[in-house]
Design a protein around this ligand. Structure first.
Ligand SMILES: Cc1cc2nc3c(=O)[nH]c(=O)nc-3n(C[C@H](O)[C@H](O)[C@H](O)COP(=O)(O)OP(=O)(O)OC[C@H]3O[C@@H](n4cnc5c(N)ncnc54)[C@H](O)[C@@H]3O)c2cc1C
Length: 388
């Protein structure tokens, strides 16, 4: 959607194809990070974005045995919006859609599933739809997530992800503060994301354990959840099927493009939920792609020879963030899951962040701003026809 916005803004005719009828799927992450809000600010959208319902997170905390350790601080970042805005991804996508519609070149087709590419002499010249129709395009951008169709034609390198997530939600109790919380205890990790009236919860489990856990029924799971999050009201959990398995995947394409086709976002590099950075990385990819390609495309020039510049630009931050996610999953998450009840204090790194407040800016910066963040350089050649 962000790529569609930027290419339309640069004067290209864009058609965004989305297979679902809406964006309402609760497995999507909710975090809009300061790096994304910098981009919204550059595009003149930030104030309108912040008018939409959201909650602000200025720090992240790790909770063990009812004690909180502060592990990340976003409020000291030197940026226009030094906090994480928690906004369900469907609201964020709706917002981008409304803004993009103001450009005459922008078109969106919902309930339109792509089933494959049309290729002529080794060049992708469009897509084939599930219903048999064909759409021709000078450039196809595959931003269709980690099960992308482009993965059938571009090579992918798998990286180990030893965890999965059971996803559920429960009502908030009045004494709970807002925020992003990592609750640990009894060999369980639960990440709580604030969705205003309820907590969206991610129960982190070793990969492959979900069948064993769910086969044992709700009570043992409840006990494990309560060990990590004793204050969480679990009464909304009525049945084991209230917990949905989200398989975690970490990988990246070794080549992100071929003539006529470019992959970005999770299609090019599936991100683990650790750090909640996947959405923001996908947005940065879209900005980088538009910076390189939107101007020439709008002028009617061929861009095949420029496609690899996008991978070149984005590979370093992708590798860096995926590397950090692997260190966290192997050195922090995995030991916590293995230690069970024996765990009486958080990992050393968390204790250091809590003890020395200036240190908390480091994880805050890495999560909030990432590295090699993009600035919008794609041209504005299209006039808005409406004001949302
Ligand atoms: C459990 C879990 C929790 C996460 N939590 C967070 C978080 O809090 N914050 C965060 O930043 N990241 C989080 N992530 C990562 C994040 O979800 C992804 O990195 C991010 O959504 C990638 O965005 P994307 O636009 O590339 O792909 P997606 O968000 O996957 O979007 C792809 C879109 O393409 C559509 N589509 C797919 N196939 C087709 C087709 N054939 N035809 C037409 N349309 C199609 C899909 O319907 C979808 O709308 C989490 C990941 C997991 C697994």
């Amino acid at each position: 959607m962000m790529a569609g916005f930027l290419f339309a803004r640069a004067g290209c005719r864009v058609l965004v194809l989305e297979k679902h009828k809406d964006f309402f799927r609760d497995f999507r992450g909710d975090t809009v990070h300061p790096s994304t809000m910098e981009i919204l600010d550059e595009l003149g959208l930030l104030q309108r974005f912040l008018k939409r319902p959201h909650s602000k997170i200025e720090r992240a905390e790790l909770m063990l045995r009812r004690r909180a350790w502060r592990i990340a601080d976003f409020s000291r970042l030197k940026t226009v919006a030094p906090f994480i805005a928690m906004m369900p991804q469907w609201d964020f996508l709706d917002f981008l859609r409304e803004e993009a519609k103001a450009y005459p070149g922008f078109n969106l087709a919902m309930t339109t599933e792509v089933s494959g590419f049309i290729e002529q002499e080794g060049r992708v010249t469009g897509v084939r739809l599930q219903d048999g129709r064909e759409v021709r395009a000078r450039l196809v951008i595959a931003a269709d997530g980690r099960t992308s169709i482009a993965r059938q034609t571009l090579p992918v390198e798998a990286l180990a992800a030893p965890i999965d997530v059971l996803w559920f939600h429960v009502s908030k109790t009045p004494h709970h503060e807002e925020g992003l919380r990592f609750m640990i205890g009894g060999g369980a990790i639960i990440v709580l994301q604030d969705r205003d009236t309820y907590w969206q919860c991610a129960f982190v489990i070793p990969k492959g354990d979900s069948q064993k856990l769910t086969a044992a029924g709700l009570e043992p799971v409840r006990k494990r959840l309560a060990a990590a999050a004793p204050d969480l009201d679990l009464s909304d959990l009525k049945d084991i099927t209230d917990l949905k398995l989200l398989s975690v995947q970490l990988d990246r394409m070794t080549c992100w493009s071929k003539p006529g086709l470019l992959a970005i976002g999770d299609a090019a590099h599936a991100m683990s939920p650790i750090g909640g950075v996947g959405i923001n990385l996908a947005i940065q990819d879209a900005v980088a792609a538009a910076n390189v390609l939107a101007g020439p495309l709008a002028q009617g020039r061929g861009v095949d020879s420029m496609l690899d510049q996008v991978r070149h630009r984005r590979l370093f931050p992708t590798r860096f963030i995926q590397g950090a996610q692997r260190v966290i999953q192997d050195r922090i998450i995995w030991p916590i899951l293995q230690q069970g009840d024996k765990l009486d204090k958080p990992p050393l790194i968390a204790r250091l962040f809590d003890r020395f407040p200036p240190l908390r800016v480091v994880p805050g910066r890495l999560m909030g701003l990432g590295i090699r963040r993009e600035r919008v350089r794609s041209p504005v050649t299209s006039m808005r026809t409406t004001t949302p």
